[in-house]
Design a protein around this ligand. Structure first.
Ligand code: GLN
Length: 490
């Protein structure tokens, strides 16, 4: 049998349905691949027994001619999703060996549709970071390397485990989350496809909170169509999350391959930032040309408040994080340290349990929310956020979607930016705007830099218009013809 881990999700689902191979077969193939790839540090917990039991149940359903939309497909789960009876850590020491008593809505929908869980994937601690280096389990290593170099590169963050595992064929696809770019930037760094849907498309229930007004779940997958298949299962209204939207979930995959003729594509001039590598300029120009060839009309648009997006994000996100993370006090979850007084326990548990970046965010967030500074920082940032959303509304008068690069660089080496938080935050320059405005954003691999590393293009759409993004991404995927995989060294 050929290597089942190399299949796309779509091909695997077809093979499972046709009973060319069983779910146990494809699950075993992935378990072996994961064992051989421990050097990538993509999984923080492997659950092979659990996976094989789920696969056997899937096989029984398939034998009866039953089965859901993901029946028998082995997936990886970012360790920010609570999984019932399976350790969930957010890659933080403070959660210790926390074993949730409940399942997140998104993952429960995947199991409802027949998917198989291979294990939990590494991430930046509490999803704060752009390189996976803030994880308490150590960084994920990108399967891609610069040509002629064996330097370890970051897979991006925070969903670095999800991206690396998908790129290295350690799962057919993975769940991820995106608060400021954590699905799209790792997808761009690893040659995979990722979509952050509209805020409210996926339930946040059971996803460990970072910044609740920005957090959104989405998939990382090998192809545009695979991402569409995943997103359909992950989406849907949930009464347990008051911000989840009571709207129909379209068959996203049916948009892939649809004509994009006549669509108007906006190119925002403010995304042409100083110092952008020529290769990224070229990739963007290629993307524009490909969409033109496919019959789109290209229009220049202006999003004048773009330059305030990053500063606003780095106020709003830490503010919400400082509030969300107040619950980790050594009393109810995970790590407990210190004593003998209650205050000692609070202080010691938090001092030992949180990593440096998380502490930095809590400090910034507490500061910007404090009396006397609230108006100057938090309130101001909220006003900027409104302006950014207004900019997009204005753009939709003249275009149907926007095309931009996903990230300002290709994958960088581990350690290269970890001493400089500002440099690290600049990774999010093209991605945070959609989180602030609640809009969908998709990244797909569209080219490679001079050192052979993948580069992603980002499509941004109107609220709840993921369908158009999937059509456009399908057209770009076809034109770009990106089929390269990382040479296996692990
Ligand atoms: N890199 C951004 C941050 O560190 C985004 C993280 C995310 O989307 N979860 O906040």
């Amino acid at each position: 049998m050929s290597d089942l881990t190399k299949l796309t999700l779509k091909a695997a689902l077809a093979g499972l349905k046709a009973r060319d191979f069983s779910s146990v077969d494809i699950t075993k193939a992935h378990i072996e691949a994961i064992e051989q790839a421990r050097g990538l540090n993509a999984y923080v917990l492997e659950t092979p027994d659990h996976a094989l039991a789920m696969a056997a149940e899937s096989d029984a359903r398939l034998a009866r001619g039953e089965g859901g939309a993901l029946e028998g497909a082995p997936l990886g789960i970012k360790d920010l999703f609570c999984t019932e009876g399976v350790r969930s850590t957010a890659a933080s020491k403070i959660l210790g060996n926390f074993v949730p008593a409940y399942e997140s809505t998104v993952t429960s929908q995947l199991w409802r549709d027949g998917a198989v869980m291979l294990g939990k994937l590494n991430l930046d601690e509490f999803a704060m970071g752009s390189s996976n280096e803030t994880s308490a389990f150590g960084p994920v290593i990108n399967p891609w390397r610069r040509s002629g170099s064996d330097a370890a590169l970051t897979p991006g963050g925070s969903s670095g485990g999800s991206a690396a595992a998908t790129a290295a064929d350690l799962c057919l696809a993975a769940t991820a989350t995106d608060t400021g770019g954590s699905i799209r930037q790792p997808a761009s760094f690893t040659g995979t496809v990722g979509i952050k849907p509209t805020y409210g498309r996926c339930s946040r229930w059971g996803i460990i909170a970072f910044a609740s007004s920005l957090d959104q779940a989405g998939p990382i997958a090998k192809t545009v169509e695979d991402a569409a298949i995943m997103l359909r299962s992950m989406s849907g209204h949930d009464v347990k999350d008051s911000t989840s939207l009571p709207v129909e979930v379209p068959d996203f995959a049916s948009y892939v391959g649809k004509s994009v003729k006549g669509l108007r594509i906006g190119v925002p001039k403010e995304y042409r930032v100083p110092g952008m590598p020529a290769e990224i300029e070229k990739l963007w120009a290629d993307g524009i040309a490909w969409l033109k060839d496919a019959g789109c009309e290209i229009v220049e648009v202006s999003l004048p408040h773009t330059k305030y997006a990053l500063p606003a994000y780095y106020i709003v996100a830490p503010a919400e994080a400082s509030s969300n993370l107040a619950r980790y006090d050594g009393m109810r979850y995970g790590l407990r340290a210190g004593g003998p007084s209650l205050t000692d326990v609070y202080e010691e548990s938090r001092a030992q349990g949180f990593g440096e970046e998380v502490k930095r965010r809590i400090l910034i967030g507490t500061y910007v929310l404090s009396a006397g500074y609230y108006d100057a920082y938090y309130l101001k940032a909220q006003k900027v956020r409104r302006r950014i959303a207004d900019d997009f509304d204005q753009a939709w008068q003249t275009c149907d979607a926007l095309l931009t690069p996903t990230a300002p660089s290709a994958a960088f080496a581990l350690g290269e930016q970890s001493d400089d938080p500002i440099a690290m935050y600049l990774n999010d320059i093209f991605t945070v705007t959609t989180n602030l405005a609640g809009l969908p954003g998709l990244s797909l691999p569209a080219g490679r830099d001079a050192q052979g590393l993948p580069l992603g293009l980002q499509l941004i759409g109107r609220a709840l218009d993921e369908g158009t993004l999937f059509s456009l991404a399908g057209a770009l995927e076809k034109a770009a013809g990106f089929t390269a995989k990382a040479d296996r060294w692990w």
